[in-house]
Write a protein that binds this ligand. Structure first.
Ligand code: ADP
Ligand code: MG
Length: 239
């Protein structure tokens, strides 16, 4: 049996910062071509989950299977090379480089069976970036920098991307552009796992949601299933 190239399966994931046990037996999956939201309040463990998947948390146990292969013991660069893209919550663009140059930094060879992204397609996906190709990263707004970070990650032709709070701090008009871009990424066959604090953005794009609180998964299901349980929503999410 061949597994879909973009699937991610997490089981028994535990993570620690020093003596603090942050993630407890986190388990969930992202199917091929799905947009899945990891929802939870500030401090719930969303970023730690994404970092643990990428091998960026020093002390961690559990299993992470990506595209049918166990990547739990691999270092972060090897995980990225397999086509797992990661956009951390602090936007790490090169402020001295232009938009075009930032994109070139992310360029990787085409990957069989996965959409290949070129700057022109990324400018279509994020029209703001297309209008400022020669601008230095440091002279862009926070929302534009957020888009550039995602676009640069797509230059690596990932089959699945982890987006840590892509809507955080964006103006309402930019939030809609971000949602449209994520839906367009899915149309190109990408799978997306994004973290998010509230339901509004997830409603625009997600097929399924997982809710994390105090490092444990408290709910997994479709958005419709979550909407039918307002007590769950009120207990674990910011309103
Ligand atoms: P979220 O992304 O959901 O806001 P985080 O994964 O960043 O949550 O944090 C989960 C918990 O881990 C919080 O209690 C936070 O204070 C703690 N934490 C996060 N990063 C570190 C770190 N580098 N060292 C120690 N504790 C941390
Ligand atoms: Mg976070």
């Amino acid at each position: 049996m061949t597994l879909p190239v973009s699937s991610l399966q997490i089981s028994g994931l535990n993570a620690w910062y020093g003596p603090a046990h942050i993630l407890s037996d986190v388990a969930f999956d992202v199917g091929a071509g799905e947009v899945v939201a990891l929802l939870g309040r500030n401090g719930a463990g969303k970023s730690t989950t994404l970092r643990a998947i990428m091998g960026l948390v020093p002390r961690r146990t559990g299993t992470v299977v990506f595209a049918g292969e166990d990547i739990s013991a691999l270092p972060p660069y090897a995980i990225a090379r397999r086509g797992l893209g990661y956009v951390p919550e602090d936007r790490r663009i090169f402020t001295e480089l232009t938009v075009e140059e930032n994109l070139e930094v992310g360029r990787q060879p085409p990957r069989p069976g996965v959409a290949t992204w070129r700057p022109e397609q990324l400018y279509a996906l994020f029209p703001n970036l297309g209008e400022m190709r020669r601008r230095q990263g440091g002279r862009m707004s926070g929302g534009e920098q957020q888009m550039l970070t995602i676009a640069r990650t797509l230059m690596g032709n990932p089959s699945l991307v982890l987006l840590d709070e892509p809507s955080e701090g964006l103006a309402p008009r930019i939030v809609e552009q971000m949602a449209d871009a994520i839906l367009a990424m899915r149309q190109q066959g990408l799978s997306v796992l994004l973290s998010e604090q509230n339901l509004h953005f997830a409603r625009l794009i997600a097929n399924r949601v997982h809710i994390i609180e105090k490092g444990r998964i408290r709910f997994s299901g479709t958005l419709a299933e979550l909407e039918a349980q307002p007590d769950v929503r009120d207990a674990y999410l910011a309103v």
